[in-house]
Design a protein around this ligand. Structure first.
Ligand code: FAD
Length: 416
């Protein structure tokens, strides 16, 4: 272990804050001019003991707590500095690494976690399929054991960042005669130069060509040691992954701070402050209807921030147990669409006009187009409502007639 990590042993949160603040000021670039080498910056964080702050030391982390991690990113933001966040870091370090930590074999953890935390490897998730993403347990991508390897066949879709990441955690069916939740396995698939894997980039509705991919697996061979968890225990691994995803998206857990804090026009437009700035710029800040809308947006964002802090603190201390990240994610999903509409109203005609990358006026329109995605990614608003009602409020479960049938019969019934 490096000296930097040794300093963290038993360090209380306030001493850590002082040490982190000094390091951030001395080492991290200005937020408005972050440079273009996030991997190098992530390696610097790692070598200085500030990557994977809440991960165990034996896997390259600092061995501290989520409270320390929160403090670090709060200080980055307060100092107006830049640390790698957003894609692919939020996914790789905020969701995939904790899933490996929860379920990976000792070998997988020792081999991959330090590389993930240092930014040498980035990971993403291969869950949704062309037939549908909400019914994740109905996955039909096929994983078949063949001696020391597995063979993967099928297709995945809407995979964020697959074209830039090194590994994808893929949910696939290993037992077709078991009920749907009990015949799934999770396996780490290398995404570069993999024979039998065809990866296509999808152009999103907001014009962004670099976000999603779809993948076709045709007899892709994957080593057995890439299995995460036991064969046929993939549903538990997927649940864990989704738990970390909803926390990260909502602004809690291992994903805290690893969200897009870069204040580009596009991000700024997505905050209440960005919309207020646009109103001032356009000279419409006195319009009584727009003022009401902006106040609504500001209030919702403020409530969201406080709710995030409270729930994240409750989860860290163990006071809030269960899928509270779903509540945060639901609020974000509902808020982003509403806020995007308010942005359009304030942006007026300028808000929907842009050409190529010159989106000076069109950020509101672009934000509106992509806001729907926030209500879908990581489980739609409807799915989060189901989770909140069943698992936080204790309401009756949604009927699931195929839950205990062998999956092969479920597929046959669908075909009839
Ligand atoms: C920005 C973004 C990033 C994404 N990144 C990834 C990624 O990295 N990896 C990945 O695997 N996937 C990713 N996805 C896919 C995402 O997880 C799926 O789109 C999502 O789970 C919904 O699946 P679907 O689009 O197939 O819709 P469907 O599951 O077909 O749902 C269609 C509609 O039916 C509703 N519905 C479905 N079931 C129920 C129910 N039981 N109760 C009530 N309503 C229901 C849904 O809410 C939705 O409105 C991403 C999506 C987006 C938008």
């Amino acid at each position: 272990m490096t000296d930097a990590r040794d300093q963290a042993v038993d360090e209380d949160v306030e001493s850590f804050r002082i040490r982190a603040r000094a390091w951030i000021e001395a080492n991290l670039p200005d937020r408005d001019h972050p440079g273009d080498d996030d991997r190098a910056l992530q390696a610097l964080l790692f070598d200085s003991g500030f990557a994977g702050i809440a991960f165990p030391r034996e896997y390259g982390g600092a061995g501290l707590t989520l409270a320390h991690q929160k403090v670090f990113y709060d200080e980055v933001r307060a100092a107006h500095r830049w640390a790698p966040c957003g894609m692919p870091w939020q996914v790789s370090i905020g969701m995939m690494a904790p899933t490996i930590l929860d379920h990976g074999s000792e070998e997988l953890k020792r081999r991959h976690l330090p590389r993930m935390l240092r930014g040498e490897e980035t990971w993403m998730q291969l869950l949704s399929e062309p037939r549908g993403g909400s019914d994740l347990a109905g996955a039909t991508t096929r994983l078949t054991r063949d001696g020391d390897t597995y063979v993967l066949n099928g297709a995945k879709m809407w995979s964020s960042g697959a074209h830039t990441c090194d590994f994808g955690l893929c949910l696939a069916r290993t037992d077709w005669d078991a009920p749907k939740h009990r015949g799934l396995s999770m396996i780490a698939v290398p995404l570069h130069d993999t024979p039998g894997l065809v990866l296509e980039v999808i152009r999103a509705v907001d014009g962004n060509p670099g976000h999603f991919c779809q993948e076709f697996f045709d007899d892709v061979v994957v080593p057995v040691e890439n299995l995460v968890g036991e064969e046929n225990s993939g549903w538990a691994v997927a649940q864990s992954l989704l738990f970390h995803e909803r926390n990260a998206t909502g602004g809690a857990g291992y994903g805290y701070g690893l969200q897009n804090a870069r204040p580009t026009n596009r991000q700024a437009q997505r905050s209440a402050d960005g919309v207020i700035a646009t109103a001032k710029q356009r000279g419409v800040g006195g319009d009584p209807v727009l003022r009401q809308l902006m106040a609504e947006s500001y209030i919702e964002y403020t409530a969201s921030r406080f709710a995030n802090d409270r729930i994240a603190a409750g989860m860290r201390t163990g006071q809030f147990k269960g899928p509270w990240g779903s509540l945060l994610k639901l609020h974000l999903g509902a808020l982003s669409s509403r806020h995007a509409k308010i942005g359009l109203a304030v942006g007026g005609a300028d808000g929907v006009i842009w050409e190529g990358d010159a989106k000076v006026g069109g950020v509101a329109g672009e934000a509106w187009l992509s806001a729907r995605g926030i209500a879908i990614a990581g489980g739609t608003n409807e799915i989060q409502r189901n989770i909140v009602s069943e698992r936080l409020l204790g309401l009756p479960r949604e009927p699931s007639p195929d839950r205990d049938l062998p999956f092969s019969e479920v597929v046959r019934n669908q075909h009839r």
